[in-house]
Design a protein around this ligand. Structure first.
Ligand SMILES: [Zn+2]
Ligand SMILES: [Zn+2]
Length: 304
């Protein structure tokens, strides 16, 4: 059976019965335990700002303690900040400096944090070429991934490039392009693939029928190799096939529908893969939805 989990918050979590508050990465692990997740994804830096408070020794120690207590929850996957853009023009600037420099520094810091916590994966989007063109864009991604990984030659952390929906000038929405990135990095063994079902579908890869599903997975295998695919993000898509618009919704409530997810969670090739929800936390009525989506996935996979 796949390992089901969700992207969870690192915001402080009160534990009234233990009269303590846990903050940082340990808080996401505790939330994962409360939800009975098999695995979890979290942010190691604020996802929409360039500055990040240091990861304190106390937070590292708290995470290690919770990790031991919650030993069954693995892997713990980090998702890099959304601001990071490895594909853009070298001269693009924001108030704090050049986006390329800020992105590289942020990615290096994400990796250092993952190593400090002993996490196996950091997921990163390839970014947006912003007019440079697709080839120049992916070539810049390759150079940035290699530079970020240089100091981690022997570390156990693997960078996973996530496919995108292909909005705007996004790089890495076609499998051909992801293959180019993954084939050109020098640190080949340190770079793998994370696939998001909503992004795949928005990029034009159908999953809705057995035929469409098998042909999409066969294309992933042919172009990239299933051995390089380490993590799935499970999100239904609010928008249509090939619409190139990235809008996540609850499993079975979008344009992919139940059948696509049933096929994926029962595929023996992914029987041990982490499958992580990034669906909205609540429905329109304010009901917490992670438990609902997790229960549905387990039911589809034949688990109680
Ligand atoms: Zn992502
Ligand atoms: Zn995703």
């Amino acid at each position: 059976m796949p390992r089901f989990g969700a992207h969870l918050s690192v915001a402080p979590l009160d534990l009234p019965d233990q009269r303590r508050t846990v903050s940082g990465p340990a808080a996401a692990l505790l939330r994962a335990g409360q939800l009975k997740c098999d695995c979890v994804q979290l942010f190691l830096r604020p996802n929409r700002q360039w500055t990040a408070p240091e990861l304190s020794p106390e937070q590292v120690a708290a995470f290690a303690a919770e990790k031991t207590a919650a030993g069954a929850i693995h892997p713990v996957v980090a998702h890099a900040a959304y601001l990071i853009n490895l594909a853009g023009p070298p001269e693009a600037r924001v108030a704090r400096g050049r986006v390329a420099d800020l992105s590289l520094a942020a990615l290096k810091d994400e990796l250092a944090r993952a190593v400090a916590l002993g996490l196996p994966y950091v997921v990163v989007h390839a970014g947006n070429h912003l007019g440079l063109g697709e080839e120049a864009g992916w070539r810049r991604v390759v150079a940035a991934l290699d530079e970020a990984l240089d100091p981690h030659r022997d570390a156990s952390v693997t960078l996973l490039v996530e496919n995108t929906a292909g909005q705007g000038t996004a790089v890495g929405w076609r499998l051909e392009q992801l293959a180019l990135i993954l084939d050109h990095v020098a640190h080949r063994a340190r770079v793998g693939l994370c696939l998001d079902t909503c992004h795949l579908f928005a990029a034009g890869y159908d999953l809705r029928t057995p035929e469409a599903y098998q042909s999409t997975i066969a294309e992933i295998d042919r172009r990239i190799g299933l051995d390089r695919l380490h993590v799935w993000h499970l999100n239904d898509s609010l928008r249509e096939l090939a619409g190139r618009i990235d809008r996540h919704t609850h499993i079975g409530c979008g344009a992919i529908g139940i059948e696509g997810f049933r096929l994926l969670v029962n595929d023996p090739r992914f029987a041990a893969h982490p499958m992580i929800l990034e669906t909205p936390k609540e429905n329109d009525a304010g009901r917490p939805m992670d438990p609902v989506n997790l229960r549905l996935l387990r039911r589809l996979a034949g688990k109680k």
